[in-house]
Design a protein around this ligand. Structure first.
Ligand code: URA
Length: 237
C-alpha cells in the first residue's frame, strides 16, 4: 500500500496533511526517515512510525463506552450531541456506529464498531444475545411482576416479549432491579414496566452477551475492547 494512503486511512489526516508530515520528517519506515508519499509499504512486515509511534494497521475498531445521559445513540443528529461526538477524531475516522440503541436518558454499556458483521450478529433477534439492565423503579416491584416477566408480557403495541429475568434488588416505593432481556424493542424495559403499572426512573445497561461494562469507565468515557473481550463477543452467537 502507498505510504500516504496507509497514513490517511489510519487517521493521520488527508493525503495533503500526510504529505506535510512526510516533509517534516515525522515518518520513518524501518527506522529511516521517508519523504516519498508514493513509497509502497507493508505495515505488517515493516515498522512504519509517526513521531516515533508505530502505526498498527487495522480495519476494524471496537470500543466500549459508558454512555452518559443526554446523548443520542446515533451517528448524526441535527440537534443533540451523539455518542460519535464523544470519540476522538482519530477514532471517528474509522466511522464506527453504535451497536443497537440506548435511549437518550439511558446510561451504560454501548458497543461502537465499524464491523457490520459482528453488529449484525449481536443484534439479530435469532441469536438471543442477552442484555442486562439495572433500573430504579417508581413503585413497589414484586415477585408477581417477576413471574409476569418470566412468561413474557404484552406491550402497548400488542407485541408479546420473550421471557425476561427480573431480579429484585430492593422492593420499596422506589425499587431497584436487574432485568435480563433477549430482545431490543424500542423502549423495551420502560414499556415492560408500564405493563405492570410502574415507571422506570433510571436505566443503565450493564452487559451485552459476554461483554460487561468496565466499572473504571466514568460516564462519557470509552476504551478499546481487549482481545479477550472481542473474542468472547465473537463467540457469543
Ligand atoms: N430499554 C429501554 O426502555 N430503554 C433503553 O435505552 C434500553 C432498553
Amino acid at each position: 500500500m502507498r505510504l500516504d494512503k496507509l497514513l490517511a486511512n489510519m487517521g493521520y489526516g488527508s493525503r495533503k496533511e500526510v504529505k506535510q508530515l512526510l516533509k517534516q520528517k515525522a515518518v520513518t519506515v524501518d527506522g529511516a526517515y521517508v519523504k516519498d508519499a508514493a513509497l509502497h509499504v507493508d505495515p505488517e512486515q515493516q515498522n512504519v512510525s509517526v513521531f516515533g509511534e508505530r502505526v498498527v494497521y487495522t480495519e476494524f475498531v471496537y470500543f466500549m463506552m459508558n454512555k452518559p445521559p443526554g446523548v443520542i445513540s446515533a451517528t448524526e443528529d441535527l440537534r443533540d450531541e451523539t455518542v460519535i461526538d464523544l470519540l476522538e477524531p482519530l477514532h471517528q475516522h474509522f466511522q464506527p456506529f453504535p451497536v443497537g440503541r440506548l435511549d437518550k436518558d439511558t446510561e451504560g454499556l454501548l458497543l461502537l464498531t465499524n464491523d457490520g458483521i459482528l453488529a449484525h450478529n449481536l443484534l439479530s433477534p435469532k441469536k438471543h444475545v442477552p442484555k442486562v439492565y439495572y433500573a430504579q423503579i417508581d413503585g413497589v416491584v414484586t415477585e408477581e411482576d417477576a413471574e409476569k416477566f418470566a412468561h413474557g408480557v404484552e406491550l402497548d403495541d400488542g407485541y408479546i416479549t420473550k421471557p425476561g429475568k427480573l431480579v429484585i434488588l430492593k422492593s420499596a416505593q422506589q425499587s431497584e432491579i436487574e432485568l435480563t432481556i433477549q430482545e431490543g424493542k424500542f423502549h423495551q424495559v420502560k414499556r415492560m414496566f408500564e405493563t405492570v403499572g410502574k415507571r422506570v426512573t433510571y436505566l443503565k445497561r450493564l452487559s451485552m452477551g459476554n461483554l460487561k461494562l468496565d466499572d473504571n469507565l466514568a460516564l462519557g468515557e470509552y476504551r478499546e475492547l481487549t482481545s479477550e473481550e472481542l473474542e468472547s463477543l465473537q463467540n457469543n452467537h
